[in-house]
Structure formats: structure tokens, C-alpha cells
Design a binder for this molecule. Structure first.
Ligand code: HSE
Length: 296
């Protein structure tokens, strides 16, 4: 049996739409072993498909198929802490778990880059799947089945406070809200900020983060789908965040804060309790390890 542990991820980080993401210290832990039938269970009693529609199973099967190996079934035990449809990379984590689990069961026929490419091809969001595999702060794009990626060192003075609502937003719906075309000046607005974001997170020029997380490609269109989303971003900044943005396709909101600001979390929790009872604030540090696989 193999155990795959995959971190949550926060994609886009405002300006880096479909290309920038970080891994966070919240994990899905998945055990897999070969079986003569499909046997899927969830340790936390969450709803997960228990048949061949299960995402982890489908991704594992894809690896078997691509390697030309027959698969009669898998025993999969899920222990998932990443909330579903909250913009924290839960489906990427399951995709990566299925691929890495199957790869390990088959004796590692896929190298690291092949895993990264397959995960992004299946999932469609290299800004989630790549940091889920590599950990840390990543820039990634998928072209012709290949992910061009770099894991960029991130300055150690940043903490992440994640505001998670009790309602869901599907990525499909959040993407359908976006326009098909954008103006040239909007493209320039974002590409300048995404470059500034990567440079500032690396060098620690944290005073740039508010401007660098600015975006006009996706967030303005998504706020209408997230009740109190704009209020939470504004409130997070008023509490002293360096920058705040919709995590992935939403609805969660991430605030980047100085590590030295030890009271930020309690101020954020007090704000939620007082003004936004459908939201909770939690601290999640950047995961520096990425997905791991071990035999148990
Ligand atoms: N970059 C993607 C989006 C992430 O914003 O739609 C989806 O998790």
C-alpha cells in the first residue's frame, strides 16, 4: 500500500491568473493499493464517489492505461482535509494523489516532469497542480501537453490567512462568468502586476504586494458570485494585510500578512464573527515540501 499526501493550493494570487500558485499546509492523505475490485472509502464520512467515477481512481487508471498496464481495481482510503469547491485546490490534490499513487504502485515509470505534465493535462490548471506536486510558490503554464514551470523561492516574512466561507462555488461556474476577450490595456495591467508579484515575493519587497495582487481579468467578474467576497478582501486589507485576493476560482479569500503580525489571525477571526458569520479565518503556512509518497 502507498500513502500519498498532497497539499492544498491557492492559484492566481490575484494578478497571476492561470499561471501562479502556492502550496499551503493543509493536506489530503490518500492510501492506495491494488485490488481485484474498486473499494473506495472516506475516513471522515465526506461524500466521495465510491465507483469508477471517483477522481482519484480515474487519475490512477489513466496512469495504468498510459503505461499499458491492466488494472482490475484499487482500494482507496481518503482522508481529505482540503474543503471541496472552495478554491483551495481540492480536485488538483485528488488528481495528483491518483497519479502519484498509481505511479508508485507501478514502480515509478513516470518521472517528476511527466507527473507534472499529466496532472495539468487532466486537471487543466497548472497553477494548482504544479505547486501541489512541487510545494512552494510556482509559476507554471501548460502548452501542448507540457508544463513550463519554475518553483520560485519565496521570502520567509509572509504568512497566509485564509478566509473560507461555508458556501461553495464551482470552478466551472466561476470560469463561465469571465469574458471571452479582454482589452489590450487589461492584459498589460495584469502581466505587469504578475511580474511584480513574482519579483516582490522573491525579494521581500512586500510593500508592492497590494498593487501586485491587483487584477482585472477574473476577480471583478467573480465577486458577484461570492457573497461578501469584496467586503472580506477590503476588511482583510483594513486589518493590515499586505495584499488580499480570491483564492483560485473562489470563493475563499487569501490575505498575505507580515509574519511578525502575530495578532492578525485573531483580528481576522473577530471580524468574521462580528460581520461575516458565514466565513471563518484560518492560518495556513506555505507548504515547502509538496506531494509525498511513502510505502506503508
Ligand atoms: N486559475 C484557475 C481559475 C484556478 O482561476 O479558474 C482554478 O482552480
Amino acid at each position: 500500500m502507498v500513502r500519498v499526501t498532497v497539499p492544498a493550493t491557492s492559484a492566481n494570487m490575484g494578478s497571476g491568473y492561470d499561471s501562479i500558485g502556492i502550496a499551503l499546509e493543509l493536506y489530503n492523505v490518500i492510501d492506495l493499493e491494488e485490488s481485484d475490485h474498486i473499494d473506495i472509502s472516506d475516513k471522515n464520512g465526506q461524500f466521495v464517489p465510491k465507483d469508477a467515477r471517483n477522481l482519484i481512481y480515474q487519475c490512477a487508471k489513466r496512469v495504468y492505461d498510459e503505461c499499458g498496464k491492466p488494472l482490475s481495481g484499487l482500494k482507496i482510503v481518503e482522508d481529505c482535509a482540503i474543503p471541496q469547491t472552495r478554491g483551495l485546490g481540492s480536485s488538483s490534490a485528488c488528481t495528483v494523489a491518483g497519479i502519484l499513487g498509481a505511479n508508485a504502485l507501478l514502480g515509478d515509470p513516470l518521472d517528476r516532469q511527466a507527473v507534472i505534465d499529466l496532472a495539468a493535462t487532466i486537471e487543466g490548471h497548472p497553477d494548482n497542480s504544479t505547486p501541489a506536486i512541487l510545494g512552494g510558490f510556482c509559476v507554471a503554464l501548460l502548452e501542448n501537453g507540457h508544463v513550463h514551470q519554475v518553483r520560485v523561492p519565496m521570502h520567509s516574512a509572509i504568512d497566509f490567512i485564509v478566509f473560507i466561507p461555508d458556501f461553495k462555488l464551482s470552478t466551472e461556474k466561476a470560469r463561465a462568468a469571465l469574458p471571452k476577450t479582454i482589452a489590450h490595456h487589461d492584459a498589460v495591467y495584469n502581466l505587469a502586476r504578475a511580474a511584480l508579484l513574482a519579483g516582490s515575493l522573491t525579494t521581500g519587497q512586500l510593500e508592492n504586494l497590494d498593487v501586485a495582487t491587483g487584477d482585472c481579468l477574473h476577480q471583478p467578474y467573480r465577486f458577484s458570485l461570492i457573497e461578501n467576497g469584496e467586503d472580506v478582501v477590503r476588511g482583510a486589507k483594513e486589518l493590515g494585510a499586505l495584499g488580499a485576493y480570491i483564492s483560485g476560482a473562489g470563493p475563499s479569500i487569501v490575505a498575505m500578512v507580515y509574519k511578525g503580525d502575530r495578532d492578525y489571525l485573531s483580528r481576522a477571526q473577530a471580524m468574521c464573527a462580528e460581520k461575516y458569520p458565514h466565513w471563518k479565518a484560518v492560518q495556513l503556512r506555505c507548504d515547502e515540501v509538496g506531494a509525498t509518497v511513502k510505502r506503508i
